[in-house]
Design a binder for this molecule. Structure first.
Ligand code: SAM
Length: 249
């Protein structure tokens, strides 16, 4: 791990997380808000995640790694790795995995060590064409620019390399959408406030507004040089998974 200090005292950093009455940040302000939020919630992140999803998140990560369809010896980077859940899943599949995350707090809160680097998923410390695959869990909405993210994936993957990108859902069925909005918008902030940080878990549901519709995300993935791009809803749309293969020139 290559630690670099997170700027500001803990109380200053909490101020970087937008309150519900403040607009969602963009550009560098978004990067700093995201880093501050995850540094803040890191100690109880795993516990709150399991409560929020009823452990469905564990199943969704397994589906993500299965969907890569790569050999056990593959070299995979898990971007926005957080506390390492997808890295552990990749390792359970026999793959060599390295995690990258912006938040030192999240990496440090991992329950057991794994190969990891502090860094930005939009500017990776890997040579061109050096990876067989990339996974990313619940972070697309946190990135400052999705086109830059997909371009960076295309740079670091070998031709034929695979991506598996897991996110919270955007259900298309109106009834499911209403239920999802109620749960994510009202219940999740309460669970977060009870077990972690109220301001961070009030921001978290709002951050879904950063996500473009799935068709637009697929268009961006294709535009970055990927083929066989595919979107699927998991558990009735509570989560979603994007997969694609880097074009062989
Ligand atoms: C919701 S957590 C997901 C963590 C983990 N992937 C999982 O499945 O539990 C989102 C993670 O994205 C990280 N993140 C956000 N923006 C990032 C960036 N630009 N580069 C690297 N990591 C980033 C955060 O620090 C946080 O750990």
């Amino acid at each position: 791990m290559s630690p670099s200090p997170t700027p500001g005292s803990p109380s200053n950093r909490a101020e970087l997380i937008p309150r519900p009455d403040q607009p969602l940040p963009t550009g560098d302000a978004k990067v700093e808000a995201v880093r501050a939020m995850f540094d803040t919630i890191a100690p109880n992140y795993d516990k709150v995640n399991r409560i929020m999803t009823g452990r469905l998140d564990v199943r969704w990560r397994r589906t993500t790694v299965d969907a890569l369809g790569l050999a056990p010896t593959s070299i995979i980077a898990d971007l926005a790795a957080g506390t390492g859940d997808l890295v552990y899943e990749l390792q359970d599949h026999g793959m060599s995995a390295i995690g990258v995350d912006l938040s030192m707090g999240m990496l440090a809160a991992a329950p057991r060590p794994f190969p990891r680097l502090q860094g930005d998923a939009l500017s990776l410390p890997f040579p061109d064409g050096s990876l067989d695959g990339v996974t990313c869990g619940f972070a697309l909405r946190n990135f400052e620019s999705l086109p830059r993210f997909f371009a960076e994936l295309a740079r670091v993957l070998r031709p034929g390399g695979r991506i598996g990108l897991l996110e919270v859902g955007q259900p298309s069925n109106p009834v499911l959408t209403a239920g999802f909005d109620l749960y994510f918008g009202k219940v999740v902030p309460k669970i977060g406030a009870r077990f972690s940080d109220a301001r961070a878990y009030a921001y978290l549901p709002r951050s879904v507004d950063y996500l473009p519709p799935p068709t637009e995300t697929l268009r961006l993935i294709g535009g970055a040089g990927f083929d066989r791009s595919h979107h699927r809803q998991l558990t009735g749309g509570l989560a979603q998974l994007f997969t694609a293969t880097l074009r062989r020139s």
